[in-house]
Structure formats: structure tokens, C-alpha cells
Design a protein around this ligand. Structure first.
Ligand SMILES: Nc1ncnc2c1ncn2[C@@H]1O[C@H](COP(=O)(O)OP(=O)(O)OP(=O)(O)O)[C@@H](O)[C@H]1O
Ligand SMILES: [Mg+2]
Length: 259
């Protein structure tokens, strides 16, 4: 029996793509002091699709930025895989972000002088990695950019620019993708296509995705919804439906009104 245990499931750490432990983030001091994150502990499972929801100002973007190494933390710990971000110098942090993390920003952060295709492959070009051509084609086709690859961001609509940003994050198949309202600027059909594709990349390719959204229908594409309020995790929902998410949001609204 004892030797069987040696061949059992992999160590639990491999199932966690990213983890925050007692993570706090404080902006400013004195009168302008804001506790954006207040002792947040949360794990993001590998090959899982997690949605983050909560009112404006509840700390959603701050959590994503801290977990992706884009913002410093005030106390606690933020890890990608087994790597503690707090201890990394700038060079190592840059390398980790480049090699392991995809980020879809609310403002798309596209380079204006590059074409759509060049923007999509830029992170891999910088890293000296060749894109998997079949995967890249599939990503481009799914986000509906085949006819716009030679256009520059200034020649694209807002929704098209957002789709370039989504394709850029997915193209290199990073260990984890953080997406801050990736469908916020898309019409409902394009939004549904992008969400369906994110869902498929989790299911078929084992991609890990953490997505901020205000939309219960978007959240229903995720495996799990984590609700933030005032910098704290207040609720979690597994296998969410849009109706269940909406119910939960109404409940929080009612609580806020009575407190
Ligand atoms: N650079 C900053 N300096 C000072 N305070 C900040 C800074 N960034 C965010 N905050 C504050 O931290 C809190 C959390 O902000 P955050 O951007 O994480 O909210 P959010 O949940 O993403 O909101 P939204 O849904 O509006 O995008 C807010 O009260 C905000 O004012
Ligand atoms: Mg935000």
C-alpha cells in the first residue's frame, strides 16, 4: 500500500496557478490613505476560469495588478506557481511577467505603430519565442480579426482593439491570464464569442484565466465567481449561472443599503 501512495496525485501546489495569502494593498497615507485590499487570501486553480466581481472601487483591478506583478503589495504574499513576487528584483519580475503571465487591460495598451498581427505576437517576439502557428490562426479566427491583421490600432474600432488585446494574451498560452473586463467594450455577439473562446481555452488547452467582470452573463462562463467588497472577499460561487450571480449581487446591494 505504501508504495501506491508514492504514485498518487501530484503535490497540491501544482494545482494552484496563483495564490494570494493575507494580501493587503494600501494606497497613500494620512487623509488620502485607502485600503484597497484587506488581508485577501485566495487561490486560483490551474486550468480553471475564475471570475472576480464586486462594486466599483472594491479592489478588483488592484488584486489583478498585485497578482500579475504590475503593482507592489503592502503586506502578505502573492505567488505565481511557486514563485513569490515580493522577493523578485525588477529584472526577474519582468521576465516572469513576459514568460508566464498574459494581461488583458481595460485600456488595451496596444502599440500604435505596430499592426494588429505585430501587436498580437509582440510578447513572443520580445521573448524570442515562435508562436504555434495553428493555435495563433485559431485565436485570430475566433476573435474575428483575420481581415484586420495589417491595420494599426488607430485604424480599428474600440471593440476590434479589445479583440487584439485578447488575442495577444492568448497567443503565447501563458501559465495564467488576468483579464480586466475583457468584454466591456464589445457588442454582445463579439463578447459572447470571446467568452466562449476563453472558456474553450480553459477546457481544451488547460489555460488558467482570472477575469474581472460586472456582467453576470460573462461571469456564468467561469467555473467560480469570487465576490469582493471593500477590499475583502465576501462570497464565492461555484458553477455559477447568470441568475445565481444576479441573485447574489442583489443580496449585496440590499445589505449595503441597510448598513
Ligand atoms: N493608484 C492609486 N492611488 C490611490 N488609490 C487608488 C489607486 N488605485 C486604486 N485606488 C483605490 O483603491 C480602491 C480599489 O480600486 P480598484 O481600481 O482596485 O477598484 P475596482 O474594483 O477595480 O473598481 P472598478 O470596478 O471601478 O474598476 C479604490 O478605492 C481606489 O480609489
Ligand atoms: Mg477596475
Amino acid at each position: 500500500m505504501s508504495h501506491a501512495a508514492a504514485f498518487s496525485a501530484p503535490a497540491p501546489t501544482t494545482a494552484v496557478a496563483a495564490r494570494a495569502t493575507d494580501l493587503s494593498k494600501v494606497y497613500g497615507q494620512g487623509e488620502t490613505r485607502v485600503v484597497a485590499l484587506d488581508n485577501v487570501s485566495v487561490e486560483f486553480g490551474r486550468a480553471r476560469f475564475t471570475a472576480i466581481m464586486g462594486p466599483s472601487g472594491s479592489g478588483k483591478s488592484t488584486l489583478m495588478h498585485c497578482m500579475a506583478g504590475l503593482d507592489s503589495i503592502s503586506s502578505g504574499s502573492a505567488r505565481i506557481g511557486d514563485t513569490e513576487l515580493n522577493g523578485l528584483n525588477d529584472k526577474h519580475l519582468t521576465r516572469l511577467r513576459r514568460d508566464k503571465i498574459g494581461f488583458i487591460f481595460q485600456a488595451f495598451n496596444l502599440l500604435p505603430t505596430l499592426t494588429a498581427l505585430e501587436n498580437i505576437t509582440l510578447p513572443m517576439d520580445i521573448a524570442g519565442r515562435k508562436p504555434d502557428r495553428a493555435w495563433l490562426d485559431k485565436v485570430i479566427q475566433t476573435v474575428g480579426l483575420s481581415g484586420r491583421l495589417k491595420h494599426r490600432p488607430g485604424q480599428l474600432s474600440g471593440g476590434q482593439q479589445q479583440r487584439v488585446a485578447v488575442a495577444r494574451a492568448l497567443a503565447s498560452q501563458p501559465e495564467i491570464i488576468f483579464a480586466d473586463e475583457p468584454t466591456g467594450n464589445l457588442d454582445s455577439r463579439s463578447g459572447a464569442e470571446v467568452l466562449g473562446f476563453l472558456r474553450e481555452s480553459v477546457q481544451a488547452m488547460g489555460q488558467t484565466i482570472v477575469m474581472v467582470t460586472h456582467d453576470p452573463v460573462a461571469a456564468a462562463h467561469a467555473d467560480r465567481v469570487v465576490f469582493l467588497a471593500d477590499g475583502r472577499i465576501v462570497e464565492e460561487l461555484y458553477e455559477p449561472t447568470a441568475d445565481a450571480v444576479l441573485d447574489r449581487m442583489r443580496l449585496f446591494d440590499a445589505k449595503n443599503r441597510t448598513s
